[in-house]
Design a protein around this ligand. Sequence first.
Ligand code: FAD
Length: 426
Amino acid sequence: MIFVGAQIDCGCIHRLDIDWFCGLACHTRRQSHQCRNDVFACRIVHGFCRYGDRPVLGDAAPFIERLFGGLDRIYQVHRKIGIAVLVLILVHYFITPDFKGLSLTSGLNQLAAMFGEYAFYGFVVLLIFSLVKIIPRTKIEIPYHIWRITHRFIGVLFILVAFHQMFIKRPYDGTALLASYLNIFALIGIGSYIYTQLLPWLRTRSYEVFDVNRHEGATIISARPTGRPLKAKPGQFGFFRVNKSGLREPHPFTIAGIDDDGVVRFAIKALGDYTKALREGIAVGDSVTLEGGYGHFNHRRGGKKQIWLAGGIGITPFLAMASRLKGDEGQDIHLVYCVRDRSEAIGLETFETQAGKLQNFSFVLHDSAKDGRLDAEKIVAASAFDPGEADLWFCGPPPLRAAIEKGLKALGKTPRRVEFEQFQFR
Ligand SMILES: Cc1cc2nc3c(=O)[nH]c(=O)nc-3n(C[C@H](O)[C@H](O)[C@H](O)COP(=O)(O)OP(=O)(O)OC[C@H]3O[C@@H](n4cnc5c(N)ncnc54)[C@H](O)[C@@H]3O)c2cc1C
């Protein structure tokens, strides 16, 4: 799922800090060649600092999730930072400054140089592996679970880089402001890496499956907690894993329903290896491990008028949110649920019941097989309020969102704000 809104580029914050340091270094030394070296060093450490936040971003302490607007958005920023880091380390490798700097001992300095080199090779391999999903000119896709395992080693490489920057020859000594700045980032990075390795243990809960419905549109799984229930809001997602051979790899799925007693429901479409195996293999009585809830896709953050638009399996967060509506939200909501064929629609009973009961909720099923292609005109015609004065909340295939946004704009009804969630991290 994807959200759109104010995006925060943490890279900018670091760029400002680093430029401030560069300026300070140049101003105090007033030596132009030294200054150039410092600026170069600053560019490199900029990359290092950017990397310092990576482990944090990747596994998201709750306050960082709030800052970015959800774990899925963090992953998008995280990916861009990865690309920037790759470029910077390549620059660093090919343009090595000749610092007549200060080093603690020559032994440590040599070790730092060696660690830096190993980290360089490791980073290049792992970052390319992360960024290239499909091997060019082939149809060979790097499997997600392999990528996931290799990606974890980036934390170890970060520790090598931290050592490298601490003990390599530098144009400043260990007491300089810039050294402290870098050391703080090194510690934040290492601390975050350790935290991210521990976090899943803290947010993990055990569940037992008590119902499996192999619906045409999705496999609907209901499970109850065997101990403490998961803490999650409607619209959030969790990492889902069945403790059974072949189904142990954690995958992210939206919690399509969560009750007060902790019972959760998932609606999972069989799209690839894991989801197909899950549809075949999951059974009542299976033990499931859930980690979450993550994400910020929740209508309560939105405006007073909202159009919810779901395409196919993108209905899951709306199902969770609609089932919890009480009518006192102070928000008017109109849901458009677009499916290829009515037979694949899920949760219809919930939507129809809520629409019949609540004044502030209306619902339209768009059956493309019967009603043709969904477009902006149809949304405007069916909506009880003007989409140009409403938020658009979207979950579904990105081309559908692009077409609807474009269509609404052409009609002079650009939504006030668009929130969307991406069903993809990598
Ligand atoms: C926040 C979020 C919420 C989602 N909610 C739902 C939902 O409610 N219902 C639903 O049917 N689908 C949902 N998805 C999509 C679902 O996670 C993928 O369809 C599923 O993981 C694909 O796995 P596969 O092995 O069957 O498919 P594959 O064809 O092997 O993988 C397809 C793509 O899915 C991604 N993927 C694969 N394995 C993983 C993994 N372990 N972790 C993360 N991503 C992976 C990769 O980008 C991969 O390229 C959600 C995804 C995200 C990110």
